[in-house]
Design a protein around this ligand. Structure first.
Ligand SMILES: [Ca+2]
Ligand SMILES: [Ca+2]
Ligand SMILES: [Ca+2]
Length: 378
């Protein structure tokens, strides 16, 4: 019995290490109790709140989300201690998670990304299979712009344009669990430029042909040059397809097929371009001797990203499968610039690929990091 008591005291001491103001005069209450109105939870499991405060609001307990810790708390709940505010709520929503942003600078209207396994949430019936019930708010519950990419996936990316990020930590909240919710949020409101082609439209994009010095298969009417919205064999669906073939009779001359958006003109500042790509380059052509194929991106004619150079000799290793590609740091000064995605090939080679989820976003280095808190039942 004495040994058990010692273990208990040691555990309690460790549990309350650093919170000495409340160690004296503990009065243990019953092992079950209600939470004050407004905390939106019941303390019958260990994912209710992330912070517990005493009667004066002093933080005294930060559960690490282990059943042992919460069991200790339940058994030895001191009088005069109440749960801190768990966080905002949205009517009809069942679940909430706190997303903690860590930043080394104060940033405004800055898009941050966090990753969450929505496939598991869909499987367990907690989230709509199309992620329509996803919402994001700031710490006061005010809705903020967001977009969901790769819904129903183990690595769903949710980008949120946070109005004010502090130098230090900033909390935002993810909500889900409302079967009647309709889709909200979009990339256009979240980023400085966004295109995911999910509307099946190439509006805003024009085909821009460059012979790269004389390639002979790329013309605006050549059937070897294909630009389309494609939904075939793709995940995610609905992306921009670029396809082209270089001439076989003009060796060592690039043919270039380009889709251009010339209206990229965000406020002055530092940015990064990011997008997904699949199957870029490296496809063996029906002619022998194809030597090079490549997709790249230019801004005012300067290459800001290149896929690996591929040919029939390394075709298998060159295949890409919805990898995320990104430019380096980009500077805009309030002048519209020409953004172009190019499919390039030379010497009988074929280059094709798909591009999706194109986003131009504010960029600060080092980028803020995010961590996703445990699910809280509202
Ligand atoms: Ca739905
Ligand atoms: Ca916005
Ligand atoms: Ca898409």
């Amino acid at each position: 019995m004495a040994k058990i008591k010692l273990i208990f005291l040691a555990t309690l001491a460790a549990l309350w290490a650093g919170v000495s103001p409340v160690l004296s005069g503990l009065a243990f209450a019953a092992t079950s109790y209600a939470i004050a109105t407004g905390n939106n939870a019941t303390i019958n499991e260990w994912t209710v709140c992330n912070v517990v405060t005493n009667a004066t609001g002093q933080q005294i307990f930060i559960p690490t989300n282990t059943s042992t810790e919460w069991a200790q708390f339940r058994l030895h709940y001191p009088a005069g201690i109440s749960l801190g505010t768990c966080g905002p709520s949205i009517p009809s929503y069942a679940y909430r998670r706190k997303i903690t942003i860590n930043s080394s600078a104060a940033l405004s209207s800055y898009p941050v990304k966090f990753i969450i396994d929505t496939a598991s949430l869909v499987t367990s019936g907690k989230m709509q299979s199309d992620c329509d019930d996803v919402r994001v708010t700031d710490s006061s519950g005010t809705a903020i712009d967001f977009v969901v990419e790769l819904c129903n996936n183990a690595n769903t990316e949710i980008w949120s344009e946070v109005p004010a990020i502090a130098n230090g930590t900033t909390d935002i909240y993810l909500f889900y669990g409302y079967p009647a919710a309709t889709k909200a949020g979009n990339g256009i409101n979240t980023f400085s430029y966004y295109k995911n082609f999910d509307d099946g439209s190439l509006a805003g994009w024009t085909r821009w042909v460059n012979y790269g010095g004389g390639g002979n298969d790329y013309t605006s009417t050549d059937t070897n040059s294909v630009i389309s919205i494609s939904t075939t064999n793709q995940s995610p669906p609905d992306s921009m397809q670029l396809y082209g073939k270089a001439g076989c009779n003009t060796p060592n001359v690039w043919g270039i097929l380009t889709m251009a958006a010339t209206s990229i003109n965000p406020p002055s500042g530092t940015y990064k371009l990011e997008y997904r790509q699949r199957g870029s380059g490296g496809q063996f052509s029906w002619c022998s001797g194809g030597t090079a194929a490549q997709n790249d991106v230019t801004l005012d004619g300067t290459v800001i990203y290149s896929s690996p150079l591929c040919s029939y000799t390394n075709c298998n290793t060159c295949l890409r499968d919805w990898e995320t590609a990104a430019s380096g740091t980009l500077t805009f000064t309030g002048v519209a610039r020409a953004l172009r995605f190019r499919s390039r090939a030379t010497d009988c080679e074929v280059s094709y690929g798909w591009v999706d989820d194109i986003k131009l976003r504010k960029y600060y280095s080092p980028e803020p990091t995010t961590s996703v808190g445990p699910e809280q039942t509202i």
